[in-house]
Design a protein around this ligand. Structure first.
Ligand SMILES: Cc1cc2nc3c(=O)[nH]c(=O)nc-3n(C[C@H](O)[C@H](O)[C@H](O)COP(=O)(O)OP(=O)(O)OC[C@H]3O[C@@H](n4cnc5c(N)ncnc54)[C@H](O)[C@@H]3O)c2cc1C
Ligand code: FES
Length: 358
């Protein structure tokens, strides 16, 4: 009597196939299926169908495992594989980190420590390539650490640590027609959201803002991820002349069925977007950037006021309902260490640039 792969629990037959040791953390010790029958003859017939299916599942897991292993086999886990400068202050870093790339979702962020004596900097994941094993961040050099990164993080450089993905992934449930607004620092982080929404079948209108035409980046990427794209520049050298709120208002005027706005950028911009949508009652999601330290909900540094509640942006966010966020509190907390930040930048500039920062 051939009972290979079959075992009986109670009065029901099961089929079970052992998983190779290298795949056990992915698939468990074995794969099993209940055959919902107590009859051995029926169980044997079902087994002959199911065992090849389980073998296919193991083969697919092996392929995933091999691909990940190949990607991880390069020398450094945190190597900068590509750098692109969008302007004097804004630059893109593509970082080799296969596990992070596998796990990353739109809306999440990483903590980057560029060297062993540096400061952790939270940066939104602006793109990720699961097959290539890379994540992309776009950095604006505003203070000591980000300027230091601008100087040292060239292609081939190794970062001391990259932790993530942190924060909650964006929640796209119920979003069918969405305006994705990115201004300044927020242009890059809003891109994976637009792409993910498009992939889920939503109608996506992108509104991105820059100071002038020379600073525009990722126009092609946005055009492929959006059904419509409105570019706004302060001086009118590309797209419409004005702030992203003007583009947002145009999008809402042209589409009375917009059901979601996602706004990412400086707090004043996100607040203005939330105020623009409030009279229309359109759900507006903003991504908050309070000062963070550990990024895991332990230090309390990133606390924000949302409605009557105190929330921690690193674990409860960073995305929140823009109509309920206390932006005045956020902005005042962001300014808590201005004196220390200026001092750190001055000392670093004198040592490394031979000048005092202004
Ligand atoms: C969830 C999140 C996502 C972010 N995504 C990006 C991004 O994609 N690209 C980008 O360029 N910047 C991003 N930031 C902001 C970035 O972390 C700060 O600009 C950076 O930490 C400044 O460090 P610095 O030493 O260069 O400047 P500093 O002179 O130390 O600070 C300049 C200003 O940056 C803010 N800041 C300083 N330290 C921190 C910190 N530890 N955490 C948060 N803000 C801080 C403060 O408002 C401060 O006034 C993000 C912040 C958060 C919280
Ligand atoms: S960064 Fe410490 S609690 Fe959020």
């Amino acid at each position: 009597m051939d009972t290979r792969y079959l075992f009986r629990r109670g009065d029901v037959w099961w089929v079970k196939i052992a998983v190779p040791p290298t795949l056990r953390c992915e698939l468990g010790y074995d794969l099993r299926r209940s055959l919902h029958t107590s009859d051995l003859e029926e169980a044997r017939i079902a087994r002959d169908v199911i065992v090849p299916e389980l073998r296919d599942e193991i083969a697919a897991a092996r392929e995933r495992h091999d691909r990940r292993y190949r990607a991880e086999a390069t020398p450094s886990p945190f190597q900068v594989t590509r750098r692109e400068d969008f302007s004097d202050v804004t630059f893109l870093l593509e970082i080799h980190h296969p596990r992070l790339a596998q796990a990353a979702e739109p809306g999440q962020f990483v903590l980057v420590l560029s060297h062993g004596h540096g400061e952790r900097v939270p940066l939104t994941i602006a793109d990720f390539d699961r097959d290539g094993g890379t994540v992309t961040v776009v950095v604006q050099a505003v203070g000591k650490t980000t300027r230091e990164m601008r100087q040292h993080c060239q292609a081939g450089a190794e970062l001391y640590a990259v932790v993530g993905p942190l924060g909650r992934p964006a929640d796209f449930r119920g979003a069918t027609k969405v305006v994705c607004v990115g201004g300044g620092l927020g242009v890059a982080p809003v891109y994976p959201q637009a792409r993910a929404l498009k992939e889920r079948g939503a109608y996506v209108i992108g509104v991105v803002g820059f100071r002038s035409r020379e600073l525009v980046f990722w126009e092609d990427k946005f055009r492929s991820a959006c059904d419509e794209l409105i570019i706004c520049t302060d001086d009118g050298s590309a797209g419409i002349k004005g702030l992203v709120t003007l583009g947002l208002e145009q999008a809402i005027a042209a589409h009375d069925d917009v059901d979601r706005v996602i706004a990412i950028g400086p707090p004043v911009m996100m607040r203005a977007c939330a105020e623009a949508t409030r009279p229309h009652g359109i759900r507006t999601v903003v991504s908050l950037n309070p000062i963070m330290v550990d990024g895991t909900g332990m230090c309390g540094g990133c606390r924000v006021r949302v409605g009557d509640e105190t929330r921690f942006a690193c674990v409860d966010g960073p995305e929140f309902d823009g109509h309920r966020v206390d932006f005045a509190d956020l902005m005042s907390r962001q300014r808590r260490f201005v004196a220390e930040e200026k001092q750190a930048l001055d000392v670093w500039s004198r040592t490394h640039m031979g000048a005092t920062a202004t």
